[in-house]
Design a protein around this ligand. Structure first.
Ligand code: SDX
Length: 432
């Protein structure tokens, strides 16, 4: 008789059930409560699902206490040092590091799907000149479902793979066009002689009046940003894509939902919010006052870029990005960047403050990413767009994993109802 179980007893009725414990490769085991409602007529209650495993996945693993992040078993620090975004994309999608031939075939496929339909370019014109680029990204990616739907059979693995390649290939083009639209500049077409990241930077920064050469230092920094932001288990935006995809919806429409979720300042919008916060603080002397506001429950101010739902230790991505910040600012001779000085001082003061120590609030990936993007000349309102370009690989990898699983079914959380008792309709002429 296996002890791998939890026994739940409802003492109101004396009824009990044994729930199997399922162990994984790393991390806490989970309790399968699939019979709870049938046997005890009970639901579990876990607002925000912070204690709930929503699925089994082979893609990414986080240990929040140890500050560990693995993509298909490979530590993020090793991938950041040795790999590149196209190779990491292959790894997240297919589960293994590619051979040279596999990588070349993948790169060729991505490279030859970077163009957008010419009619899709007209969609940008529907936006106000000052529309937030994330609003544009949600719309244009959602609109891809209008171009790839009727002949898309999501039950066919080859069709799912092509949808994934198309998304990964087109995200930089869509994102760069969003920047250009806001600037009133002409869009740049992708250049197949450039690699993925150089192409992205060229499409964002090239203008017809100048020759454009991509700074290799900037390309390496952007490569690192995309690798570090590519996936992160069942975060809010990835969970949105999975839930939308579980209904059989078009994958591009599902990813548009993920983009919308990522936009929030509590999630991917934090990198933009961090820079706004650093500008608000202005100089190191204002830091203690700002930290007091962040600790005050009656003040909505939070220390943006600090804290995490899962990491109760240092976010390993923040460690890597912090060093990359130093290196990039030195290489670009921008080390006196005032925002970086304020960020370093803010981190130093906060990490000595009992409020943050007791609550294990450390800098997360967003704390430094905005400084790198600022140093690369990326406008503030494009920060979360860059995050979305990276995370689109994680989103589509999770969509493929879910759609390819044997027990794929529509997601349907339940609730604790606290509303009115059952009551009869009251005609309006006798209502008080
Ligand atoms: C991302 O899920 C992912 O993996 C996300 C992400 C990814 O790659 O997909 O990692 C990307 O979204 C990173 C997080 C970016 N967001 C921010 O930097 C925004 C600022 N941080 C927060 O708003 C907050 O920390 C959250 C939203 C990230 C987490 O919120 P929680 O789960 O409510 O935090 P918690 O439960 O750990 O809070 C414990 C305490 C609370 O106070 P008490 O009730 O104990 O008194 O810490 C406080 C919180 O109020 N707190 C903060 C704080 N974060 C938590 N207080 C001040 N400033 C903060 N930043």
């Amino acid at each position: 008789m296996s002890n791998d179980k939890v026994t739940i007893t409802d003492h109101r009725t004396g009824k009990s059930i044994d729930c199997p414990i399922l162990g994984g490769t790393h991390g806490p085991a989970v309790v399968d409560i699939g019979n709870l409602q049938k046997k005890l007529n009970l639901f579990t209650h876990d607002p925000g699902f912070v204690n709930t495993s929503s699925c089994a996945s082979n893609i990414t693993f986080i240990d929040g206490d140890e500050g560990i992040l693995l993509y298909r078993g490979y530590p993020i620090a090793q991938l950041a040092e040795h790999s590149n975004f196209i190779e990491v994309s292959y790894l997240l999608m297919y589960g293994e590091l590619p051979t040279s031939a596999q990588l070349e075939a993948f790169r060729h496929s991505i490279c030859h799907h970077t163009l957008l339909h010419e009619e899709l370019l007209r969609f940008y014109r529907g936006y106000r000149y000052d529309a937030h680029p994330m609003a544009i990204l949600v719309g244009i990616v959602g609109a891809l479902s209008g171009y790839y739907h009727d002949d898309l059979n999501i039950d066919d693995p080859a069709h799912r793979e092509m949808a994934a390649h198309r998304l990964i290939a087109k995200m930089p083009t869509i994102a760069a066009n969003a920047l250009k639209y806001g600037q009133g500049h002409p869009f740049n077409y992708p250049d197949n002689t450039l690699d993925y990241v150089e192409n992205f930077l060229m499409m964002m920064f090239a203008v017809p009046t100048e020759t454009c050469s991509v700074n290799p230092i900037s390309a390496r920094a952007m490569e690192l940003m995309l690798i570090l932001h590519a996936d992160h288990e069942q975060n809010a935006s990835t969970s949105t894509v999975r839930l939308a995809g579980s209904s059989g919806a078009n994958p591009f429409a599902c990813v548009a939902g993920g983009i919308a979720t990522l936009w929030g300042p509590a999630h991917g919008g934090a990198n933009e919010a961090v820079i706004r916060m650093l500008h608000d603080i202005r100089n190191p002397g204002d830091i203690p006052k700002y930290i007091e506001r962040a600790k005050d429950k009656n003040d909505p101010v939070r220390l943006m870029g600090f804290g995490h739902r899962v990491y109760k230790n240092y976010d390993p991505r923040a460690t890597i990005i912090r060093q990359a910040c130093h290196d990039l600012l030195d290489e670009l001779s921008a080390h006196n960047q005032p925002l970086f000085e304020v960020a370093l001082k803010l981190e130093e003061i906060a990490l000595k403050d009992d409020y943050f120590i007791e609550r294990k609030l450390y800098p997360n990936v967003d704390f430094y990413s905005g400084i790198i993007l600022t140093a690369l000349g990326i406008p503030l309102n494009m920060f979360t767009v860059i995050f979305a370009v990276a995370r689109s690989v994680g989103w589509i990898s999770h969509w493929m994993e879910m759609m390819g699983s044997e027990d794929q079914r529509i997601g349907r959380p339940r609730q604790l109802y606290l509303g009115a008792e059952k009551r009869d309709y009251v005609p309006i002429d006798i209502r008080s």
